[in-house]
Design a protein around this ligand. Structure first.
Ligand SMILES: [Zn+2]
Length: 410
């Protein structure tokens, strides 16, 4: 309930226009800037391979001009956001994070001092209790870094600034990844990774420990594993025969690189041994290679994929449930499509006309705009409940909400 009478007054038409500005459009424009910059980079480096092109940090005039225009554009959008939306979003974050903690701060019981009807007052009270560090975290992390409305602009601003100082194309190709911010499906993928980051990390650590164990085995019993012919030497620009590693640490990294990456595990790079010549060694090597393949490639790597796929499925299920609820449940009285059907009620008619959500929104807006001294008794009754987020005045699951021709019995 931030849009109460106190906050809505004193705004000119232009201010209201800026207040209602959709920053999403500017995010798209910002992305177009980035795309143009990257296309120009590709054109500039079109005919040269990296080895031919000695001066990779060249400054290109067109890119510099676009960067400066881009910077001015971002500064404009961010200042509009800062003036008109920052305070609101900051307050929103305060309420989201600290409201419950504040209310239940005294041994799980609601303390009397915080039962304040006015949201504005409550925010000020909660806000005044925060320490400076909490405020800084709130502003930098919650209001800017993970705020999808502005983080793409802030990051692009920083990277463009670095590019202007030090012209390296990587700085302007990195923010292209923020396309995930503009699309909900892509954002879901990134979100599911972030959501399961702890599990993924533990699976990774466990896998690395298994490889560590296997490295000791190879170190003691299969040292030939680390002899490899046909190795490419960058300095000589030729293939030579040499040892892959000469210390335990080097061998561990070799196992991680070749063993985990290869489809068949470490067996893919092991030198071929003839069963006929050395049967004992072949059988020992057989178990070693097969166990490695089973534990690392089959189980651990697929566990890793499994967690990601599982999270996708869970998120999809959640989205499906939201859609299902949105399409088949009346927002006002919670009657479902099935119950409506059983009671001979036309559900679509019910949702669009009888319990049209916009009638309720308009009614709340009406209460906000008008003087409460002129309210009728019912309006005063409801007006008293709205600031407390009390929804008992809505006809949730009640029979009297049904008109005479709709016989509603469960
Ligand atoms: Zn209804």
């Amino acid at each position: 309930m931030f849009y109460n009478k106190m906050t809505m007054k004193n705004y000119s038409k232009f201010s209201l226009f800026l207040f209602n500005l959709d920053i999403k459009i500017f995010e798209y424009i910002n992305y177009v800037f980035l795309c143009v910059q990257n296309i120009l980079f590709v054109i500039h480096y079109y005919s040269k391979t990296p080895i031919e092109n000695k001066d990779k940090n060249q400054k290109f005039l067109d890119n510099l001009i676009i960067s400066i225009i881009h910077m001015v554009f971002i500064i404009f959008v961010l200042s509009v956001w800062f003036i008109y939306k920052f305070k609101l979003q900051y307050k929103h974050q305060i309420m989201k994070i600290y409201k419950e903690r504040f209310i239940f701060s005294k041994g799980g019981e609601k303390s009397n001092e915080v039962l304040i009807d006015n949201e504005e007052e409550l925010i000020n009270k909660v806000g005044s209790k925060l320490t400076l560090t909490q405020k800084i975290i709130l502003i930098i992390y919650y209001t800017i870094l993970i705020n999808r409305e502005v983080n793409i602009l802030v990051f692009t601003f920083i990277f463009t600034g670095i590019y202007l100082y030090y012209p390296n194309c990587i700085f302007l190709s990195f923010p292209l990844l923020f396309i995930a911010n503009l699309n909900n499906i892509l954002f879901g993928i990134v979100y599911s990774l972030v959501l399961r980051i702890k599990q993924l990390l533990f699976v990774l650590i466990f896998m690395y420990l298994i490889v560590y164990l296997f490295t000791w085995f190879s170190f003691y019993y299969f040292p030939e594993l680390f002899e490899f012919s046909g190795l490419y030497n960058v300095k000589l620009d030729d293939t030579t025969t040499e040892k892959l590693c000469s210390s335990m640490f080097q061998c561990y990294l070799t196992m991680l690189s070749y063993g985990v990456r290869s489809g068949g595990g470490i067996g893919d790079i092991i030198p071929m041994i003839s069963y006929k010549v050395n049967p004992g060694y072949f059988i020992a090597g057989f178990f070693y290679v097969v166990l490695f393949h089973m534990f690392v490639v089959w189980i651990m790597i697929n566990l890793f994929f499994g967690i990601i796929v599982d999270t996708f499925a869970a998120l999809r299920e959640q989205t499906y449930q939201f859609e299902e609820d949105k399409n088949n449940t009346c927002y006002i009285c919670q009657i479902t499509r099935d119950v409506a059907l059983n009671n001979n009620i036309n559900f679509d008619h019910h949702v669009n006309n009888i319990h049209c959500i916009w009638n309720y929104v308009n009614f709340i807006a009406y209460l906000h705009i008008n003087n409460e001294r002129n309210f009728k008794s019912l309006e005063t009754f409801i007006w008293g409940k709205i600031p407390k987020n009390d929804t008992s005045w809505l006809p949730i699951g009640k029979k009297f909400c049904q008109p005479e021709n709709e016989n509603y019995n469960e």
